[in-house]
Design a protein around this ligand. Structure first.
Ligand SMILES: [Fe+2]
Length: 284
């Protein structure tokens, strides 16, 4: 396993991984506790200090939502042996009736703090209710984090679909393994998003220990393209701010594409107003 050897003035930069399928028995990630322990050992070898297990919460298993976090206490205790802090979270499928299910959504935010929620979308098509969904989160004080936008065909086809989500207050989590496949559409888009300064943080989306841990490999690969402080922002500073419930300035606000994205903000926040009769009258 390739170890991260990134130094900041002589100290090693740790990793915080906020998208990982570490909890056993709940989804297509770790199948049992033995596998989870293997994963924890590898995470420790890779200097991961914080891990947020993010079991899938799909439409079909929403009724069984409480079981998504079954075992979280045991995982927290096991991970302590490896010097890893566990933060509860989930990867929630974007559904249109989220207001009705709000009581069940809150515990799925990072650390249950009601500040940040990891959401995933249909790969093939952008749902018609996407902006409405994000708005429902924002009005309840929750910042949506878009999981692996580089994989969505509707973003690959037209990046303005993503700009619209950013203008609606979303943050972007790009998955580390896409940087290991730069020839794919997802790999090309991930690199482009990074170069344009739109990525808020990286995470592994790691499912099982027979696959190499991708966050370390991606960081090694990106060292030639990014400076150390930028890498630290992506794998430690922003993720730790999220798990501690601090506010994060979206990366796009410092991007060269800022004004292009802001154009969507203007469209959304300032719809044309119909004039009332006295407004016409004052013009006369
Ligand atoms: Fe995932």
């Amino acid at each position: 396993m390739c170890k991260l050897n990134l130094s900041q003035g002589g100290r090693k930069v740790p990793l915080a991984d906020l998208h990982i399928h570490l909890l056993p028995y709940v989804d297509d990630g770790s199948p049992d506790w033995e596998t989870t322990e293997k994963m924890l050992k590898i995470l420790a070898e890779n200097d991961v200090k914080i891990a947020a297990p993010t079991p899938h919460v799909w439409e079909q298993n929403w009724q069984d939502i409480e079981s998504r976090h079954r075992g979280l206490l045991k995982l927290t205790e096991t991970a302590e042996k490896y010097g890893i802090k566990i933060v509860g979270a989930a990867e929630v499928w974007a559904i249109p009736d989220i207001p009705e299910r709000w009581g069940k959504v809150l515990p799925l935010t990072y650390a249950g703090a009601g500040k940040y929620l990891l959401v995933e979308f249909d790969v093939a098509e952008m749902p018609l209710y996407t902006e409405w969904f994000l708005f429902q989160l924002k009005v309840r004080g929750v910042t949506p984090i878009i999981a692996h936008p580089e994989r969505y065909f509707w973003v690959q086809r037209d990046e303005r679909n993503l700009f619209r989500l950013l203008a609606n207050g979303a943050l972007l989590q790009v998955s580390a393994d896409t940087f290991l496949h730069p020839e794919t559409p997802a790999g090309k888009l991930a690199l482009k998003l990074l170069q344009k300064g739109l990525v808020d943080f990286l995470a592994s989306d790691w499912h099982r220990p027979d696959e190499p841990y991708p966050l370390t490999l991606a960081v090694q690969k990106l060292k030639s393209a990014l400076n150390e402080s930028e890498i630290e922002r992506l794998v430690w500073t922003v993720p730790t701010s999220i798990v501690s419930g601090q506010s994060v300035q979206p990366a796009w606000q410092r991007s060269p594409l800022r004004s292009e994205i802001q154009a969507f903000t203007g469209e959304i926040e300032s719809p044309p107003q119909k004039r009332r009769w006295w407004q016409f009258w004052t013009l006369w």
